[in-house]
Design a binder for this molecule. Sequence first.
Ligand SMILES: *[C@@H]1O[C@H](CO)[C@@H](O)[C@H](O)[C@H]1NC(C)=O
Ligand SMILES: *[C@@H]1O[C@H](CO)[C@@H](O)[C@H](O)[C@H]1NC(C)=O
Ligand SMILES: *[C@@H]1O[C@H](CO)[C@@H](O)[C@H](O)[C@H]1NC(C)=O
Ligand SMILES: *[C@@H]1O[C@H](CO)[C@@H](O)[C@H](O)[C@H]1NC(C)=O
Ligand SMILES: *[C@@H]1O[C@H](CO)[C@@H](O)[C@H](O)[C@H]1NC(C)=O
Ligand SMILES: *[C@@H]1O[C@H](CO)[C@@H](O)[C@H](O)[C@H]1NC(C)=O
Ligand SMILES: *[C@@H]1O[C@H](CO)[C@@H](O)[C@H](O)[C@H]1NC(C)=O
Ligand SMILES: *[C@@H]1O[C@H](CO)[C@@H](O)[C@H](O)[C@H]1NC(C)=O
Ligand SMILES: *[C@@H]1O[C@H](CO)[C@@H](O)[C@H](O)[C@H]1NC(C)=O
Ligand SMILES: *[C@@H]1O[C@H](CO)[C@@H](O)[C@H](O)[C@H]1NC(C)=O
Ligand SMILES: *[C@@H]1O[C@H](CO)[C@@H](O)[C@H](O)[C@H]1NC(C)=O
Ligand SMILES: *[C@@H]1O[C@H](CO)[C@@H](O)[C@H](O)[C@H]1NC(C)=O
Length: 564
Amino acid sequence: MRSLNSNLLIFVLLSHLSCFHILIVPVSAKVFISIDCGSSSLESYTDGNSIEWVGDDQYIQTGEPRNIVTMFSRPWDTVREFPTRKKNCYSIDVNNDKAEDITTVERVLVRASFYYANYDNKSNPPTFNLQFNGNNWTQIVTTMENLATEEVVYSLNHGNTITVCLAQTHRDNIPFISSLEVRSLESDMYSYVDSNYPLFFMSRKAYGTNTIIRFPEDSYDRFWESFGPLRDSSALRRVRNSSPSIKVDVADRIPETLFTTAITLKNSSGGGDYMWSSAKATDRKVPMHFNAYFSEVLRLSSTQKRSFNVSINTFNFNESGFNSYNFGIVNPPYGRALQVRLNNISAESFNSYEVFMRSTNDSTLPPLINALEGYTIGDKLVKGTNSDDVNSLGLLQKSFIQLQDWQGDPCLPSPYTWDWVACDFDPDSPRITALYLNDIGLVGTLPDFNGMDALEIIDLGSNNLTGNIPEFLGTFPKLKVLNLADNNFAGAIPSSLLNNNNLRLRVSGNPNLSTNNTSTNRNSTEPKIPSTSSSKTSITSTIPIIILGSVIIQMFDSIFGLLL
Ligand SMILES: *[C@@H]1O[C@H](CO)[C@@H](O)[C@H](O)[C@H]1NC(C)=O
Ligand SMILES: *[C@@H]1O[C@H](CO)[C@@H](O)[C@H](O)[C@H]1NC(C)=O
Ligand SMILES: *[C@@H]1O[C@H](CO)[C@@H](O)[C@H](O)[C@H]1NC(C)=O
Ligand SMILES: *[C@@H]1O[C@H](CO)[C@@H](O)[C@H](O)[C@H]1NC(C)=O
Ligand SMILES: *[C@@H]1O[C@H](CO)[C@@H](O)[C@H](O)[C@H]1NC(C)=O
Ligand SMILES: *[C@@H]1O[C@H](CO)[C@@H](O)[C@H](O)[C@H]1NC(C)=O
Ligand SMILES: *[C@@H]1O[C@H](CO)[C@@H](O)[C@H](O)[C@H]1NC(C)=O
Ligand SMILES: *[C@@H]1O[C@H](CO)[C@@H](O)[C@H](O)[C@H]1NC(C)=O
Ligand SMILES: *[C@@H]1O[C@H](CO)[C@@H](O)[C@H](O)[C@H]1NC(C)=O
Ligand SMILES: *[C@@H]1O[C@H](CO)[C@@H](O)[C@H](O)[C@H]1NC(C)=O
Ligand SMILES: *[C@@H]1O[C@H](CO)[C@@H](O)[C@H](O)[C@H]1NC(C)=O
Ligand SMILES: *[C@@H]1O[C@H](CO)[C@@H](O)[C@H](O)[C@H]1NC(C)=O
């Protein structure tokens, strides 16, 4: 982790005019974390790009580290694989400052890489799903030898934790991961794209360079790939910018290096068309966003002019024709950088695209371009499971070690919920409706998880829970089933539970629980506990069953049989 992590950028704007507008304090804690999955945190190291890598054991509790027999260097020589569970999640806190009253839009870039290299000797490169913060990300299809990399830029609008989950989707396809990188961005970067939507990386090209540009030239470690070497026969050539310095004041903090070289046509007579095609993109109709970057390389004389019309053309070879999306006319400035955006265009499915530039009639110089980045815009980000529910689940996890390695959103994306919860069907911000914690060895007293007030079923049976039955269990308005049987609860049953006519309560098998007085707590006009159950209770104290409400005993057991 680089020291950026501890940099707090605090802007305090004091209003002198009104005592009511005291402070606007955007605070953002910066992270720059590079996780070498499957390696130990004791083995951190710095790579050739001055990036410090750490092991993954502090970010995940599940899965198995594996070594790869490979010639490739770290981090590609280890993976973490996930042979069990429907989803396994990394959890990374971005902002440790939980200051109230401060709203930040923390925008992050998250990059995940997968290098199979037959690490399991099964020659079976798996396919599985990748998820982030409760959202579907993409399907990962690995191959024997290729590195698969995915990148997403999104805003943490609903919390300070980044979660990245791997979910098994095919039998015998064991998910794994090689590396995970998180870079926080400035909140004004890409802010012209609605922060409720994620940007999925499609391509980023530095046309003027022969090598990849990333950190430290790009402070945010975006990868700007080279357009590749140019053949002698190519109509294109690379040109160096003659300006001694280039002012880069575009919001997206594009590295200056991108503007020191450009690509242009060899033919400088002006006019003419040019086009070149680029990376493979998407197979479904998606909204896309492009940024194109330009800087004039020559100090132009009064008789020179460089002016051209830029478009993106997308092709799907399975369909006839192409679609064209136009950036408009560009006149690159000298000594400065220009960003031209093509925001939220709805592209038909395509498998390649090209940048198309045509000089305008009055241009004396051919078109040039420095860089281009393209993203697809994902579905609206979910809010994630209700935050009161999440906090309450956190209290349970703190109290019981058995629950601690469940990470990621408890409910989302559906159907990848945690094994021991059930959720309602709000696709944006679900509620927890059930806790299934039967017979998993819970020991100790229950924490107060009253925030989960949409709970309908709580099954805590056959554990070793102690202490009094907490009062808060009686506060859940929708609770229908509460199984506390076969534990070590003591004392009396809270009247809030006894008074709840809609509740099926099960408390048998708690030898120290006082079941003597149940009827005295209840509204005397209500039906009494059937005498069979009362006598059973007093005779065989190992199976005292308390029936509340109007449920009769025969139904009770069969209902529990179904529900629990
Ligand atoms: C795979 O095969 C190599 C070479 O035979 C061996 O060193 C390695 O331990 C094997 N890995 C697994 C996971 O079986
Ligand atoms: C997420 O992916 C899963 C599995 O592919 C799918 O069943 C589910 O509908 C998806 N959810 C959303 C919100 O797209
Ligand atoms: C993109 O445009 C569509 C249609 O105009 C709109 O519904 C959608 O919200 C836009 N998306 C973003 C991320 O701005
Ligand atoms: C330059 O482009 C013009 C217009 O397209 C064309 O007529 C001319 O032949 C080209 N010159 C060279 C050297 O390619
Ligand atoms: C730029 O090119 C597009 C697509 O070829 C065209 O529709 C548009 O009219 C052109 N704009 C100008 C100002 O020439
Ligand atoms: C072409 O598209 C059609 C309809 O989308 C699809 O059924 C077909 O498989 C595609 N063919 C190829 C070669 O991709
Ligand atoms: C540019 O020149 C072409 C061909 O001479 C002509 O058809 C077109 O109208 C001209 N465009 C402008 C904007 O002058
Ligand atoms: C429950 O806890 C008590 C005290 O820690 C212990 O003696 C007992 O064996 C435990 N019972 C079960 C079933 O785990
Ligand atoms: C029940 O309470 C008694 C007296 O407080 C105690 O000695 C005993 O250990 C308790 N039994 C259990 C199972 O907790
Ligand atoms: C129930 O009450 C009787 C008498 O009031 C008492 O002796 C007995 O210990 C009580 N049982 C429990 C489990 O508290
Ligand atoms: C039963 O209830 C009465 C009155 O509420 C109370 O005084 C008594 O202690 C209770 N007995 C037991 C065993 O809980
Ligand atoms: C008992 O319940 C009835 C009907 O639900 C209600 O009218 C009455 O006030 C209750 N009595 C007591 C003492 O709570």
